[in-house]
Design a protein around this ligand. Structure first.
Ligand code: GLN
Length: 300
């Protein structure tokens, strides 16, 4: 399993998130504390960050596109990284250290973050027998996969939904349910951001978050910076902006093996520009509608 994090808040150096804290992501690559599977995360790493909001050149719908730096080496083995992380500042970052799942490629194209337009994505987990997973993707979509890995396949499934205009939380929830129905032992901890909102799932491994003044940090495990880290219950969907965090339960779908089973849970709505009452009023209603009759929101 990997370790990953996503941050939105005041601009900080990448070093502040990746290397400076005690038990930073860098340390988690060689000494993870809460990892449930695997021992070290030495099969590559990656970091994506968003330029200043005022620089929208090359972005879509007013969202600047993120930049990425990915390597196939362990994060501690990149001698150039300290210079980059010490000088690049951003208000929104997604980073991961990788422990490759058996049968996946090891070059940097398989290291998160994966990217599509304004979106950055990471997957912590594994899907058994993923090369035969029923996905509904076309041959063209399969041939366009970033890498030969379960994470790249899952990302293609999510991208398809995002490109169709599905909101990020709904897209993650729908893909978790689709994959879990076909592969009940799959581990599906997702992180997705557009630089303003973070959507994440806890499904088989650890997930934590910490909020501060206009800040949200979501991570596989806490670093040691002072603050109130909280653990996200397994089988949850998390939504975070600088305004706050909301956690909703995801329910285990009934197993099936048919590709054609209709999906009914992809309509959870999350606006790009969240209205003021979003976390208090609208999201719980959206979630109840989108995630099925048993869903009841948990506040945080
Ligand atoms: N299965 C993914 C990969 O191989 C994620 C691995 C992980 O979480 N360790 O990259």
């Amino acid at each position: 399993m990997c370790r990953h994090l996503a941050y939105v808040g005041p601009p900080v150096t990448l070093a502040r998130l990746l290397t400076e804290p005690q038990h930073s992501l860098d340390e988690q690559s060689w000494r993870p504390a809460g990892q449930r599977h695997g021992t070290v995360n030495a099969d590559g790493f990656g970091v994506g960050w968003y330029p200043d909001e005022r620089d929208t050149s090359g972005g879509d719908s007013g969202f600047p596109h993120p930049a990425r730096y990915r390597r196939a080496v362990p994060i501690w083995a990149d001698a150039n990284l300290p210079e980059l992380t010490g000088n690049i500042r951003s208000h929104a970052v997604l980073a991961a250290v990788r422990s490759a799942t058996e049968g996946t490629t090891h070059d940097e194209t398989a290291a998160a973050p994966f990217r599509d337009g304004r979106w950055l994505f990471s997957h912590n987990g594994a899907v058994p027998d993923w090369t035969r997973l029923p996905t509904g993707l076309t041959s063209a979509e399969l041939l366009a996969l970033d890498a030969h890995s379960d994470s790249a396949l899952l990302w293609a499934m999510i991208v398809r939904r995002l490109r169709q205009g599905e909101p990020p939380a709904g897209a993650l929830a729908a893909v978790v349910r689709q994959v879990a129905a076909a592969r009940p032992t799959a581990r599906l901890n997702f992180l997705l951001t557009d630089g303003r909102t973070i959507a994440a799932t806890a499904w088989g491994d650890t997930l934590w978050y910490r909020t501060g003044p206009a800040t949200a940090l979501v991570a596989s495990e806490p670093d040691d910076t002072p603050g109130d880290w909280r653990e996200v219950p397994d089988r949850s969907l998390l939504l975070a902006t600088t305004a706050g965090v909301r956690i909703l339960p995801l329910h285990t779908p009934r197993p099936h093996h048919k590709e054609s089973q209709p999906m009914t849970d992809g309509d959870l709505t999350l606006a790009d520009q969240l209205p003021a009452d979003y976390f208090t009023l609208r999201l719980p209603a959206d979630a109840r509608d989108g995630l099925g009759p048993q869903a009841s929101p948990r506040c945080s």
